[in-house]
Design a protein around this ligand. Structure first.
Ligand code: TEU
Ligand code: CA
Length: 565
């Protein structure tokens, strides 16, 4: 049953660490594994159950480690395999499980497999990647001669021309991230071997990077060309492709299901639909335990990711409510606002000015009281905000830099480009963890690889650990509540007032207990007009983000949780 030994992850809270920006133990300005070890007591104090580590493997760092050149080692910049083993041991000593990031849709172009594949058309590893000749009738290497019209997620064509062989290789992401050919059984076997190697090192879970991209539609058909773009959208032809369930079921039966104790597996699935997610997460499918879906983090994008659009709370409630209803009793939801690819939620869906603390607590409350497994991204638990990027030189992320160059090149005014990048650039999530108000925010004694957010003076772990009313202690209370209140794991979910523009309210119920969650997503007072309010307010107010209870009056960014037995 939910939350039992085989489904322990249904009562768990996961904390995501982006090692590069979490804690730097050797003063080179880049976070590392010894730094993570030095902060495990903090995670135990927060109360989380699992630590998800973003990639720490050898990598040229073209996409900050999501371009892996050796799957079974640790990049020297992050430490050694001995450091990793120590991290696992120290985490396990604190009842913390360790989930690692698995990036097997693509490797780095510096991975030995790809280096061998590049050595020639008859290389034994050539077919480990996706090579195609120039479009029929076109001169190889000439503009428009790419095998199809797909664009890369990081700008330009999704095909890189290889002069030596006159062929192109596919890279959905950067040209230094060639896609593996999952049609090749030797690729699938090599990945399974690698995952079993990590299981033997004691890992407790896998986060599977863009795992729903592994199966491409044969023939790799052209995508639809969007307005103002030279490239077509290939996503329909590589998202949840024809063999994806077969590949994941194989991985489950030959790897995930062979673990000494039940693992946590989460598939990151851009573009996955609710119906597909039901099949992926239904335990009878024997694929993955849950998925990261992207509907709710696409609601405030206009024509593209960097085109800001006001969030309509009704759309957010409709989206999250749909996922709650659809997966109830058959699959399982992940619950997240933040990760290393998303802007800071308090700046995005809350108010990072006057009501930063209240809205950070409200957002945590709303998310953690849904049915599913919540993910806390480093710094979210202290209400860290987006950063004030002045210009192109402040960005580090290949996606942001390429977007800047492409947009400026297309004549978009710089102010518009910077507005979009400041709102949605992935670097917002990658500024150093703010441990204290000192010069390196307690992250590093050296020069950080990306500047510390100047607001670390007033937003830091040190400043909040001793303040019982801090965002940190609110997240601790949310995590403790999930561990102590079964209805949060197993209870039904009922969305209330779906058409209200600023009130987010829902009920979680079991035989014994009913919780009412109310949240005012606005800077104005709001009068509660809910039949469910009276019956729950007669119970107990178990969580709030204001010092007192003003009855049916909800103040700006006020959230409350009532419990009725
Ligand atoms: O992310 C895939 C993904 O969907 C995001 O990269 C998103 O598409 C991107 O932000 C553009 O909008 C995973 C990793 O989380 C990300 O960090 C990597 O860059 C990417 O895959 C390639 O490995
Ligand atoms: Ca370091």
């Amino acid at each position: 049953e939910p939350g039992g030994p085989d489904t322990w992850w249904q009562r768990a809270v996961v904390y995501q660490i982006y090692p590069r920006s979490f804690a730097d133990a050797n003063g080179d300005g880049i976070g590392d594994l010894p730094g993570v070890i030095s902060r495990l007591d903090y995670l135990a104090e927060l109360g989380v159950d699992v630590v998800w580590l973003s990639p720490f493997y050898p990598s040229p760092q073209d996409d900050n480690g999501y371009d892996i050149s050796n799957y079974t080692d640790v990049d020297p910049v992050f430490g050694t395999l001995a450091d990793f083993d120590a991290l696992v041991a120290e985490a396990h000593r604190r009842d913390l499980r360790v989930m690692i990031d698995v990036v097997v849709n693509h490797t780095s172009d510096e991975h030995p497999w790809f280096v061998e594949a590049m050595s020639g058309k008859d290389s034994a590893k050539r077919d480990w990647y996706i090579w195609r000749p120039a479009r029929r009738g076109m001169t190889p290497g000439s503009p428009g001669a790419e095998p199809n019209n797909w664009g890369s997620a990081f700008g330009g064509s999704a095909w890189q021309y290889d002069e030596a062989s006159g062929e192109y290789y596919l890279h959905i992401f950067s040209r230094k991230q060639p896609d593996l050919n999952w049609e090749n059984p030797r690729v699938r076997a090599a990945v399974a071997d690698m995952l079993r190697w990590w299981l033997a090192r004691g890992v407790d879970g896998f986060r599977l990077d863009v795992v729903n991209f592994l199966s491409k539609v044969p023939g790799l058909p052209d995508g639809i060309v969007g307005s103002g773009s030279r490239f077509g959208d290939g996503a329909p032809f590589y998202t949840c492709g024809p063999r994806i369930h077969e590949y994941l079921n194989d991985l489950h039966d030959t790897v995930f299901g062979t673990a000494p104790t039940p693992l946590l597996t989460v598939g990151e699935m851009p573009g996955v639909t609710v119906d597909e997610a039901i099949r992926f997460t239904d335990p009878r499918s024997r694929e993955v335990d849950m998925v990261f879906q992207f509907e709710h983090v696409g609601l405030d994008h206009g024509d593209h990711k960097f085109d800001p659009q006001e969030l309509d709370l009704r759309e957010l409630k409709a989206s999250l409510g749909r996922w709650q209803t659809a997966l109830a009793g058959v699959g399982w939801n992940s619950l997240y606002w933040n990760n290393h690819d998303q802007p800071r939620v308090v700046s995005r869906f809350g108010d990072d000015g006057k009501y930063r603390i209240e809205s950070a607590k409200l957002l945590g409350t709303v998310l953690h009281l849904h049915r599913g497994t919540p993910y806390v991204y480093q710094g979210e638990e202290i209400g860290m905000t987006n950063a004030p990027f002045a210009g192109r030189a402040d960005f580090r992320d290949i996606e942001s830099i390429n977007h800047y160059d492409e947009a400026i090149g297309a004549g978009v005014p710089e102010s518009d480009v910077l507005t979009g990048l400041r709102a949605y650039g992935r670097d917002n999530a990658r500024t150093p963890m703010q441990w204290d108000g000192g010069p390196g925010a307690g992250f590093t004694a050296g020069t950080p690889w990306i500047p510390v957010n100047p607001n670390h003076i007033e937003i830091s772990v040190d400043q909040q650990r001793s303040d019982p009313d801090s965002v940190f202690h609110h997240y601790r209370a949310l995590i403790a509540l999930r561990h102590s209140e079964p209805v949060i794991t197993t209870g039904t979910f009922r969305m209330l007032v779906p058409d209200h523009r600023s009130l987010y309210a829902f009920v979680r119920a079991s035989e014994q207990t009913s919780l009412l969650v109310v949240a005012n997503f606005s800077g104005e007072n709001l009068e509660l007009d809910l039949p469910e309010y009276a019956e729950h307010a007669a119970g107990e107010l178990i969580l709030r983000n204001y010092p007192d209870d003003t009855g049916t009056l909800l103040r700006p960014w006020e959230s409350r949780v009532y419990r009725r037995r």
